[in-house]
Write a protein that binds this ligand. Sequence first.
Ligand code: UDP
Ligand code: GLC
Length: 389
Amino acid sequence: MKILFLDQSGKPGGAELCLIDIAKPYRDRCLVGLFIDGPFRHFLEQQHIPVQILGTQSLQVRKSSSLLEGLGSVRQLVPMIAQVAKTAREYNLIYANTQKALVVGALASFISRRPLVYHLHDILSVDHFSQTNRRLAVTLANRFASLVIANSKASQAAFIEAGGHPDITEVVYNGFEPELYDTPESNNPSLLRQELGLEEQFVVGNFSRLSPWKGQHVLIEALTHCPSDVTAIFIGDALFGEQDYVKQLHERVKALGLEERVQFLGFRSNIAQLMAVCDLVAHTSTRPEPFGRVIVEAMLCGRPIVATQSGGAIELVEPGINGFLIPPDAPQELAQVIINCRDQPQHTATIAHHARNTASQRFHLININQQITQLLCQVVETNKKVLVR
Ligand code: UDP
Ligand code: GLC
């Protein structure tokens, strides 16, 4: 089976990192078409996955776009749709990994008569998207997609709630290679802890792009309710132009006098090593998280995880069994979990150990990729029958 993957982003967000894992087994018979160049291309190239840049400019449709703004970008879309439709004739299937990829992929699929699969990495709710964007995504998926792979039950439910056809959806969680999170370096964090000046500290790590809804501010506020040996490290960058938020975070740290207890380390690729220096990983999204790769990654690293009780996180974390849950935007509750973990290391380690064991089975990439391959084969087979008729 030959697959044409489409993704609108040049940056390595969670949806893009997930795509790398899905495309890897197909690297000798797939192409990833990106709408814009950027570091994500290098990530794909490092894995020897063929990649082609389809456009020279990012499409100007934002999550909050109105219908008029959306239509304004149609002129940009037409040449790209033509290019994708032509390329798609060499492939058995178009796999759209993002919303703008769905727009292009849907029309290209219609022209090229290749089936379309849409990997839904978003919660299509009013919290995240304008009504126009929700309608557009659902209408295109209903009309053109043979299959919508939702990254969680929460994403699937929001799709159906927004008018999506239930019978075209399947839930497939992100897959991971547990070995990558259990390395000699990640099992011996003392050197890195020393380099970062974190000895004698209780370290809380936040691993997310810097963005208001990822809630880094919640962890900063929580520190004010914690003993002074509790330190936070933030790993991640503003990937989608949230520079004002970054400035606000730095100002808040200064205003609260927390400069000695907070470090912003920027985007890093050695996630397992950095998680290993943490005594607790805090996922702080203030809006429902569609899946939350970092939650599973913390589990695979054997680090205790506290996550926000909404969206996909609820499917991943069983409180008191494999992690902890707090309400969204609740610094005091977060502080309480931090203090409990600090004061009860034995109990916390047992929970983290259990989480590691269960997550390495439940989210193993081999199983997840098998599920995806099976679903894609069904789509291609069904499409063959339709074309023959
Ligand atoms: N990540 C990374 N480097 C960073 C920060 C994050 O590689 O500096 C990775 C992180 O390990 C995770 C992904 O980016 O795999 C983020 O995915 P998630 O689903 O947690 O959130 P998203 O940003 O996609 O909404
Ligand atoms: C998106 C979502 C995130 C999810 C990732 C992979 O980036 O925001 O929650 O984990 O896709 O599916």
